[in-house]
Each structure stands twice: as C-alpha cells, then as structure tokens.
Ligand binder design. Structure first.
Ligand code: OGA
Ligand code: NI
Length: 314
C-alpha cells in the first residue's frame, strides 16, 4: 500500500472537481498525501537539499555524534541489555522561524538565503492547501487561515520549519528515529529524502511507509484541523524508524495557529439553523493551552489532550 499522490496542477482546469474530490478522500481516509506539480521549482528543492546536507555535515554532525541519544544507545549495547531507549529520538533537529533568524546556521554558504526563499514559497503552498480544505469542508475561502490568525483578533499564525536528519543508526532495534505521535498544529508540509525511507503512518492498525518520491511535498493534517473539521479530518499517527544505512533528510514546515487563536469545530460558527443539528465533538480550545498539554503528552494517545486543553479557558 502506498500513500496517495496528487497532481496539484490539476486543480487548475478541467480536472478541478475530480482533484478536489481526491484531496477530500486523502484528508478523510489517509491524513497524509503527497503533492507533485505543486509549483515549487525543482531548482529550489535541489538547493534546499544541498544546503541542508552541507549544513548537517559542517555544523551538526559533530554535535550529533556526542549527543545524549548516541551515548544512551551505546550504553545499552555495551551492557548487552535487551531494553530500548524510549525517551529520546535518533534525530538531529533545529527549527527555523521568522522570529529566530539570528540563530539560523550561518556557516553554510547559501543556507539562509535558500531556506528563506523556500519558506516563502512553502507558506504560499500551505495557504493554497488550506483553501482546498476550506472548499472541501464547505467553508468560506480563507476560513481555516483566518481561524489560525486568531479570527478577528488578528494574531499571526505560526510558520516554522524543522530541519531534521536521521543519521544511520548501528542499532536500529534500540531506538526510534522519531517516536510515534500525531502533530499538534494545522497543516504540515514535508520535504523528505529522495532515497532513505523511514517515515511511516498508522493506517487501519498497520504501519505503512511514506514512500520517498523525488520533488514531492508530503502533506498531513494536525490536531487543530481535526478539531476544526469536527473529526472529519483526523490527525494520523506517524513515526520515523531509525535506519541502519543512509542519513535521512527531512524538512517539515508547520503552518499552525497563533498561540492566541481559539480553535473550535467550524460549524459552531455557521448559520443559526445549522447549529441546531450540529453536534460539536470537540471542545473550543486556545492553541497556546493545547501546546502546553502537548509538550507533556506528545507521544501519548491524543484523545485526552483535547479535554485537558480546555480547563484554562473555562
Ligand atoms: C514531525 C515529523 C517526520 C519526519 O516533525 O512531527 O513527524 O520525517 N517529522 O521528520
Ligand atoms: Ni509529526
């Protein structure tokens, strides 16, 4: 079984209705899909790949080799223990956002410029993807984005880019690349390695690979889209396996609500008469509160998080 692949360029033109329907099915039944012909140039993607790999080699690898996770795995192996390391991930990661420009890696030529350009393009794509979701959910165009920007209060949505590498792991049975979780926020756009796999999603109780596909952007939806769609678009469990060969590059960009945005099932805000038949399956939460809960519970079942996030705004 493979993750569905959508030709995003078909949204323009005679195949629009069919493509919208395909994306609706992806959102409802998969929670993950891959976009091709998404409008981000191959040249830019190639540059992103190169600067990220170069950055890892020159600025990150020495730190990873001395990291806690490497020590913990080695200790278990030396002790011939049959335990696993289950509280940290075999991952090198840092975050890029508009707020932390000064902390972006600065010793890799072209890194800042390329990633800046990439983030501008990817943010536009995130907005287009959300507009498709608006349309498929029967919401006015721009609804999701407006909610993420704090509705009338206008608190800016958050757009972050996680640059990750999952280096080859000599003991992949001892540790995860990234432990299983659902994503907390809105829409996630992932540019993953062309060759090294490892990312899997849980579909109908079975872990399946998100197959590497050159120049594709993998889309998935987080817990806030689940709330907003009143459970129609469920956030899906995923994980990264540690792999014995290859250094897997993975660049995940998150389009999330502002911490000050309140998120609630969308039909609650629709016409009076529709509200009468509408049963909200999720509470209204403040995204900042949700994130406080998530910070503690990321790798635990998601259902209790929704209620746990409510208390602060009651
Ligand atoms: C994440 C995530 C997958 C990957 O950062 O939430 O699921 O391939 N990343 O890095
Ligand atoms: Ni994730």
């Amino acid at each position: 079984m493979a993750i569905p692949v959508i030709d995003f360029s078909k949204l323009e033109g005679k195949d629009r209705a069919k493509t919208l329907a395909q994306i609706a099915t992806c959102c409802e039944e998969w929670g993950f899909f891959q976009l091709i012909n998404h409008g981000i140039s191959e040249e830019l993607l190639e540059n992103v790949k190169n600067v990220a790999s170069e950055c890892y080699k020159t600025e990150r690898e020495p730190g990873f080799k001395n990291s806690n996770v490497v020590k913990l795995v080695n200790e278990l192996v030396e002790k011939k223990s049959d335990e696993r390391v289950d509280n940290v991930d075999w991952e090198d990661v840092f975050l890029l956002s508009d707020d932390n420009h000064n902390d972006w890696p600065s010793n890799t030529p072209g890194f800042k410029e390329t990633m800046k350009e990439y983030r501008v393009e990817l943010k536009k794509l995130a907005i287009k993807v959300m507009e498709v979701m608006d349309e498929n959910l029967g919401l006015p165009k721009g609804y999701i984005n407006k909610a993420f920007n704090g509705g009338e209060h206008q608190d800016e949505a958050f757009f972050g880019t996680k640059v990750s590498h999952y280096p080859p792991c000599p003991h992949p049975d001892k540790v995860n690349g990234l432990r299983a979780h659902t994503d907390a926020g809105g829409v996630i756009l992932l540019y993953q390695d062309d060759e090294v796999n490892g990312l899997q999603i849980l579909k109908d109780g079975v872990w399946i690979d998100v197959q590497p596909l050159k120049n594709a952007i993998v889309i998935n939806t987080g817990d806030q889209i689940e709330i907003l769609s009143n459970g129609k678009y469920k956030s899906v469990w995923h994980r990264v396996l540690a792999m014995p060969d290859g250094n897997r590059r993975s660049i995940a960009s998150f389009y999330n609500p502002s911490y000050k945005a309140t998120i609630e099932p969308a039909a609650l805000e629709k016409e009076e008469k529709q509200v009468e038949d509408f049963e909200a399956k999720y509470p209204k939460i403040l995204f900042g509160d949700y994130m406080s809960v998530y910070a503690e519970q990321k790798f635990l079942p998601k259902e209790p998080r929704f209620q746990a996030a409510v208390k602060a705004i009651c």
